[in-house]
Write a protein that binds this ligand. Sequence first.
Ligand SMILES: Cc1ncc(COP(=O)(O)O)c(C=O)c1O
Length: 282
Amino acid sequence: MDTYYVNGEFVDDEAARVPAKDLTVLRGFGVFDFLITYNKRPFYLKEHVERLETSAKNIGLKLSHTNEQICKIVEETVKKNTHHDESNIRLVYTGGVSPDGVTPAGNGILMVMVTPKHMLPDFWYNDGASVITVDMERFIPTSKSTNYLSAVFALEQAHKTGAAEALYVDRNQRVLEGTTTNIFAIKGSSIITPPDGILPGITRSVVLKLIPESLKLEMRHIDFAELEKMDEIFITASNKEIVPVVKVNDMIVGPGKPGNVTKQIMTLFKSYTKDFGQGKIC
Ligand SMILES: Cc1ncc(COP(=O)(O)O)c(C=O)c1O
């Protein structure tokens, strides 16, 4: 049994409830964030809580907790789940109950759900994963809102073909990001990642710090037509870390196996997270 924090109380996971009239239930109006622990400590907690705050601000949802209060609640909730080896942590801030069922009334509920960390398929990391593309755009992409309708829809299509992820291609034929991942592509000595129109991933921000000096960083959009010319592609996310992509739709990327640059960045990321756990978190 896991322990969650819901609206000021710690409760058993099965007893966690939000009102049926909450705007998150009725309208998909709310925000969330997701992080994991390394060495049992929440990785980049401060940054995830700051992103929750930005997500809320961008959709016009008022939070009644400070970032410091949210960080403390997360740390306490993690301490109540020491039976996990490592944990997934989901923060949810609901839209709250609204008198007319549509206008936010500033009474959202904070939930912190701590569950055991999932293992993902080894072959993604050793042999590379395939992805599909979908012609879809996220509404207010800088916000991790609870409206992930496009993600659920697109991932269902991806899973039908055995793909690990679906990448959004916008109306200008730009490849923006995945349903829950950011994208990096390597061409020659350049590493390219879209600058905007995306959720600013925390894993992406760590990867940006770890890019070897031998590579030139190009923060620019990637055209769909460019994908087939890329030497390597990888996707990043808190739960997935760095996943090499070897196939996009029917197209094989580079030599069809994880490339050397991707493998180098995966190694750097692994050692960075292995060392994580020293110092103050918030
Ligand atoms: C749309 C979207 N892009 C990118 C990411 C990756 O972000 P992070 O590295 O912070 O997990 C996520 C995470 O769920 C996401 O939902």
